[in-house]
Design a protein around this ligand. Structure first.
Ligand code: HC1
Ligand code: SF4
Length: 568
């Protein structure tokens, strides 16, 4: 036990001499005027201090700049520390040990090393600026910002909402919001592309790894992990795995991380297609509100609710696959496995930051129990492997679990722009003509990276006009027409916030060279092409789920659990 004021280094040194069998970690103290009272209990994880560290308030992280991973492996029961803000600030500026998420891949550091630039004590210390925490999942640390403007460009030119701008405050050029409002109150869609663009960790996401590790080590929780369609594209490139082994390798990763049950939520993408296409065909038959926009991308839904609420009647009422999967696990799986839903801990693994925001929405927590308890990005999943020192060679390819084991190629295609519309067309054309689609399953014209793609499909004399848009700035011209009541020329419109779809999500590692996104897309296309089942409506686990639980598509129960209402 370490008591009394001590520098962090002294505290850690003393902590190392403490017993190995300690079961909690308490940090109390102060930095400047900031009080720190942080504690956590030890799970079974050897590396607990490291991953708990990721969850500490930022100011507490600043207090621990010297704790390299090796140093943090010491066991301590109680550390009381006093650390003056001046020292914390200087240590943070050193950056080598500042503990920020970029520490292993900071572009600024790489550039500095390339030019043999070394850190020297500054002649003038810039005043410390408190970290801005005005968004539930994105934090801005101006002390690290180099005013490069890449986040502003990502928001305006890559994604489209255009809510960030430079501000001059106390003689310094900082990044703030255009309106001056907290980020969460602007039209920010939580896509995270600004975080991805930041070269030096001044923008960071709030990690949920600590929560997930804690749940995994809790013997009273059954932890379910399910993984999004686009994650296998990353697994393939990151580990050099051929496309046809990527899915089982991904299941192996989750089992190695000790999830109790692992599902592929391409299954829920299939469920979405059945629900959403049924809704679309009803709107057509009943001369309802058209065009229908897809609703599976949470960044896009945020954009509609915040900037174009007039468009809400055009949005499909379907929840996203993530939320459909969460609701199905917490209700159907809980029922058939006899587990109380409060003992289930459901974790989604996705290439997206906006999905963290989506899962935390109050409307997806009926009775205060969230359908999805935590959301990890693909980056966080890789970091968890690192933290547990799991090498690729130790991962044993595995199968996903029943009762949602089977997925269609159409569900996997969701991960790239055009995939949702293509999967929907494979069902809509069949339902309109009454004949099985056999040869013409590929809709090439809506694949790829163009901002707006179109297809017109003829079925029994009826035309289905489809548009596929990725990158929110590309959808504005279509929205304007729809709002003015003009025929925009389409019946069904897929929108994905990130250019190219989820394969370019901000939760994936930043592509290091041109061509990576094309490779990621190709993995999904190849998986679809070689899948036994290529249509969502033919997935036998989906058919069984309707037979034993939901009844029919768009049934009363399906509406209760799989559909939502939007908040203008
Ligand atoms: Fe996506 Fe989706 S495809 S939104 O891009 O509809 O993140 O992969 O998970 O929910 O399925 C992301 C991907 C994802 C949903 C699905
Ligand atoms: Fe802009 Fe997306 Fe960043 Fe929000 S999360 S500020 S919308 S780039």
């Amino acid at each position: 036990c370490v008591t009394g004021p001590a520098t962090v280094i002294q505290a850690v040194a003393a902590g190392r001499q403490a017993s190995d069998a300690m079961d909690s970690f308490i940090m109390k103290g102060y930095i400047g005027e900031h009080n720190i009272d942080y504690s956590c209990s030890r799970g079974s994880m050897e590396d607990l201090p490291k991953w708990e560290f990721e969850e500490m308030p930022n100011i507490a992280r600043l207090a621990m700049p010297a704790l390299s991973l090796a140093e943090r492996k010491g066991n301590f029961t109680e550390v009381e520390l006093g650390y003056d803000e001046q020292t914390a600030k200087v240590e943070a500026a050193r950056c080598l040990t500042c503990g920020c998420a970029e520490r292993y891949s900071c572009d600024l550091r790489k550039e500095a090393s390339r030019h043999d630039i070394e850190y020297k004590e500054p002649l003038h210390d810039r005043p410390y600026i408190p970290v801005v925490e005005d968004h539930p999942f994105i934090v801005r640390d101006h002390n690290k910002c180099i005013s490069c403007g890449l986040c502003i460009t990502a928001c305006s030119e890559i994604e489209g909402p255009d809510v960030l701008a430079y501000q001059i405050k106390q003689g310094r050029q900082l990044v703030g919001t255009k309106s001056g409002l907290p980020l969460a109150e602007t039209d920010c869609v939580s896509c995270g592309q600004c975080v991805n663009a930041c070269p030096c960790g001044a923008l960071d996401i709030r990690s949920e790894k600590g929560k997930v590790f804690r749940a995994i080590s809790d013997p009273n929780k059954v932890v379910v992990g399910f993984v999004a369609p686009a994650v296998r594209s990353l697994v393939s490139s990151h580990f050099g795995i051929p496309f046809d082994e990527a899915t089982s390798f991904m299941a192996g990763i989750l089992k190695k991380l000790e999830f109790d049950k692992v599902f592929d939520f391409s299954f829920a993408a299939d469920l979405t297609i059945v629900e959403e296409t049924t809704e679309f065909l009803s709107r057509v038959a009943e001369k309802g509100i058209l065009p229908q926009f897809t609703s599976c991308c949470p960044g896009w839904v945020n954009f509609v609710e915040r900037r174009y609420p007039q468009l809400i009647p055009h949005l499909s009422t379907c929840k996203s696959p993530q939320q459909m999967m969460g609701a199905t696990v917490k209700n159907h799986f809980a029922k058939i496995s006899g587990i109380d839903k409060k003992d289930l801990y459901v974790v989604s693994i996705v290439p997206c930051i906006a999905k963290k925001y989506e899962a935390a929405r109050p409307e997806f927590a009926s009775g205060g129990i969230r359908d999805v308890d935590a959301v990890l990005t693909s980056n966080e999943m890789l970091e968890m492997l690192d933290l547990k020192r799991i090498a690729a060679a130790e991962i044993v390819p595995s199968e996903f679990d029943d009762p949602y084991k089977r997925v269609s190629g159409a569900g996997v295609l969701f991960g790239a722009s055009g995939g949702v519309a293509e999967a929907s067309l494979r069902m809509a054309v069949e339902r309109i003509t009454g004949n099985a689609l056999v040869d013409q399953l590929d809709f090439q014209e809506i694949r790829g990276f163009k901002g707006i793609k179109e297809a017109t499909v003829e079925a029994k004399g009826k035309k289905v006009r489809v548009a596929v848009v990725s990158g929110l700035k590309n959808v504005e011209s279509i929205i304007e027409k729809v709002i003015q009541g003009e025929d925009a020329g389409y019946d069904l419109i897929e929108v994905m916030a990130c250019p190219g779809g989820c394969i370019c999500g901000a939760g994936h590692p930043v592509p290091e060279k041109a061509g990576i996104l094309v490779e990621r897309q190709q993995v999904l296309v190849d998986i679809d092409k070689t899948s036994e089942c290529r249509k969502s409506q033919e997935n036998s686990d989906i058919i069984r789920l309707y037979a034993e639980f939901y009844g029919t598509a768009n049934s009363h129960l399906a509406h209760e659990l799989l559909h939502t209402k939007y908040v203008p």
